[in-house]
Design a protein around this ligand. Structure first.
Ligand SMILES: Nc1ncnc2c1ncn2[C@@H]1O[C@H](COP(=O)(O)OP(=O)(O)OP(=O)(O)O)[C@@H](O)[C@H]1O
Length: 255
């Protein structure tokens, strides 16, 4: 298939005809087939789907950690062909350096950007404040709870001021109460910083809580079954009938 040399439609991120086939010892595995959707600047988009629908694979392709077999992901009209500081990443398993303090974990991305030490420390402290971890600058990851570790991950991703935040099940390992608090904090950070957020989850409740729009991946190989606009004012309440209706709609779509 001829590769288009121009982004086919408007959008900050345009996922354009993505196929992914893995080669494994037991033969090829088709993970994604003809995945198409666009994300507008400043939007909060969740990708949901059952286990194996290809969410993480798609995340990794958009992050530039994995290449597509067919198709292109466009960012501001340019094809993505590797990771970049325009995309900050947050993973479920934190990805922190255990031998570095909180402060040194957050300065990590800044060291590569050539900022002087003073500027790095100042920026890192601002981000640590933003995620509510002031006072923990000198702690090590093993001294922190899961929720706190994830805050460090978010601070580190934000430190380089990426335009886009890519999050792959970031709150999968924290308890329900912490998750709810992190949702509120993430939405505050999102509205304060105007980032574009792409957030992978298998949790329907989380998607309705957070997203402007939800991309539902189904099938194996996965493709876009439906894109659902969540037309609810924020802050959202789980006890609203409309919230429950969206949850049901997404549950039905996944099945
Ligand atoms: N490196 C790989 N080699 C071979 N197959 C892979 C590889 N990575 C993923 N797959 C396959 O691709 C498909 C999609 O996997 P992926 O991890 O993207 O799904 P997912 O929706 O994120 O699932 P989960 O919610 O369980 O994490 C699965 O069939 C998986 O086995």
């Amino acid at each position: 298939m001829a590769r288009m040399s121009q982004q086919p439609t408007d959008g900050k991120i345009v996922v354009d005809g993505i196929d992914k086939r893995f080669r494994s010892e037991s033969g090829p595995v088709d993970a994604l087939r003809d995945v198409n959707f666009a994300v507008e600047e400043g939007e909060f988009v969740c990708i949901i789907g059952a286990s194996g629908a290809g969410k993480t694979t798609l995340f990794r392709i958009i992050a530039g950690l994995e290449s597509a077999t067919e198709g292109t992901v466009w960012l501001d009209g340019e094809p993505i062909d590797g990771p970049g500081t325009d995309r900050g990443m947050v993973f479920q398993e934190y990805g922190l350096f255990p031998w570095r303090t909180v402060l040194k974990n957050v300065t990590f991305g800044l060291e590569e950007r050539g900022l002087d030490k003073q500027a790095r420390l100042q920026r890192a402290r601002e981000m640590i404040d933003l995620v509510g971890l002031d006072g923990f600058e000198d702690s090590y990851p093993k001294e922190l709870s899961g929720g706190m570790k994830q805050r460090v991950g978010i601070a580190r991703a934000l430190a380089v001021d990426p335009e886009i935040l890519l999050m792959d099940e970031p709150f999968g390992s924290v308890d329900a109460q912490t998750k709810q608090r992190l949702h509120e904090e993430l939405l505050d950070i999102w509205s304060a910083t105007n980032k574009t957020v792409l957030f992978v989850t298998h949790d329907v409740d989380e998607a309705v809580t957070l997203a402007d729009r939800v991309v539902v991946l189904t099938g194996s190989p996965g493709s876009v079954h439906e894109v659902v606009d969540i037309d609810l004012a924020r802050p959202r309440s789980r006890t609203d009938d409309a919230f429950a209706d969206y949850e049901q709609q997404l549950r039905d779509a996944i099945e």
